[in-house]
Design a protein around this ligand. Sequence first.
Ligand code: NI
Length: 185
Amino acid sequence: MAILKVAQLGHPVLRHPAAPVPKELIGGPELEQLIEDMIDTVREYDGVGLAAPQVHASVQLVVIECRGDKPGREAIPLTVLLNPRFVETSKEVASDWEGCLSVGDLRGLVPRSLRVVVEALDRAGETVTLKAEGLFARVLQHEIDHLHGVIFLDRMEDLRPLAFAREFSRYWLGPKADEPEPEPE
Ligand code: NI
């Protein structure tokens, strides 16, 4: 078990497009170790997703999991995706709050497609097609953006709904205070 250091905004690795994982490396000890360490890391920091460039590995690999242990927060089973790409993204968009393990404790309101279809390889190298909506669709868009050097701040239409976690809880949850705080991705 290893908790990896998470690159913070300003580190160039977060802005580089990540390389596809070569098929011959899938299932090998080096990639499996990276996947296990990323799972340990995202759990340690209470995130719902982590992309390999965030741990200084510029390859197309993301890990997503939400235990659903907060009220109103849907669970997402542990999902490991290699070389993911969007097959479909809905034109219908909704804005919701996001955070990022690479962006300190800032929270921002980000528009995302409500539904997506993603094609990827699983950790065994099998092709998988995922249909997702809601939180899962949002996290997929956030993580796959990381593989292309895109940070959630780039997706905000307006930087005014950007807040530190403490101020977010205090001033932005408001009447919807029963909504859970976003976990960083
Ligand atoms: Ni992130």
